[in-house]
Design a protein around this ligand. Structure first.
Ligand SMILES: *[C@@H]1O[C@H](CO)[C@@H](O)[C@H](O)[C@H]1NC(C)=O
Ligand SMILES: *[C@@H]1O[C@H](CO)[C@@H](O)[C@H](O)[C@H]1NC(C)=O
Ligand SMILES: *[C@@H]1O[C@H](CO)[C@@H](O)[C@H](O)[C@H]1NC(C)=O
Length: 234
């Protein structure tokens, strides 16, 4: 008898907790934009707290920017004050992801692009924000989540790492890419790089930043920090 009552009570409890989410939308709503910033979403906050101690873990508003490391070369890092805006160069429809890359919007004589380097000993790929053409295949996914994907290594994951800047000895949080999501190097946590809609300010009179660029219209979130991910069945 008690077992029956308990089972019924548990079933009811399960039904009442399951039903609101069952009807909830699966993914947060997206907008469309040519310009966007890249906001890190850390899916495992407990791991992030361990990796980044004693420094604060990447917060909700951490976006990708560049820290200067040499002539025309920056390391792509996460920072709380970066307002770097990117666009996806390719076809206006944004449908040819393998031929698209990400370029920084801004008043520069030359394009600064997101460039993937080669893997280090731990298997993590360095990411630069460098003068020149972007690594092709790095693009905003056209799937339900507005995040950066890398077509040639679709099973990989972006990372936020805890490092000490070699010259100045200050902590910095570079983003990296692990081609196999299962091999996350020590001192790094997997992240998603979400596109947050922003305005392109650096376009010239022809609507083009550099001579042949075609900013694609991509999916993006209006305000990543305000998304309550627990409300979605991702
Ligand atoms: C993170 O970096 C800081 C130095 O900036 C260091 O003290 C700390 O041990 C690092 N944490 C891990 C888990 O590597
Ligand atoms: C994060 O950004 C939102 C707006 O997008 C702002 O309201 C909030 O204060 C920011 N939080 C921090 C910690 O900067
Ligand atoms: C943007 O794409 C066009 C067309 O593929 C290409 O000609 C141009 O060089 C690209 N821009 C950069 C900065 O790579």
């Amino acid at each position: 008898m008690l077992t029956t009552i308990l089972t019924t009570a548990l079933a009811l409890a399960a039904a009442s907790t399951a039903s609101p989410l069952a009807n909830a939308p699966k993914y947060p709503p997206t907008s469309r934009s040519t310009g966007f910033s890249l906001v890190a979403y850390v899916s495992d906050p407990a791991l992030a707290t361990k990796v980044f101690a004693p420094n604060p873990a990447p917060g909700k508003n951490w976006t990708v920017g560049g820290v200067h490391v040499g002539a025309g070369q920056s390391t792509a890092v996460l920072g709380s004050v970066s307002s770097t805006v990117f666009y996806q160069n390719g076809t206006a429809s944004g449908s040819h992801k393998k031929t698209d890359g990400l370029i920084r919007d801004g008043p520069a004589t030359y394009p600064y692009s997101i460039v993937l380097g080669t893997a280090n000993d731990a298997g993590a790929i360095y990411i630069g924000l460098n003068v020149g053409e972007p690594t092709l295949g790095v693009a905003i996914s056209s799937g339900p989540v507005a995040e950066v994907s890398y077509a040639p290594a679709s099973r990989g994951t972006f990372l936020a790492c805890n490092e000490t800047e070699p010259t100045y000895g200050r902590p910095q949080y570079p983003i990296r890419f692990a081609p196999k999501a299962k091999s996350v190097p020590a001192g790094c946590v997997p992240i998603s790089l979400l596109a947050q809609c922003a305005t392109l300010a650096g376009l010239d009179a022809n609507g083009l930043e550099y001579e042949h660029d075609t900013p694609a219209t991509v999916n993006c979130y209006k305000d990543v920090a305000s998304i309550d991910w627990s409300q979605y069945r991702l």
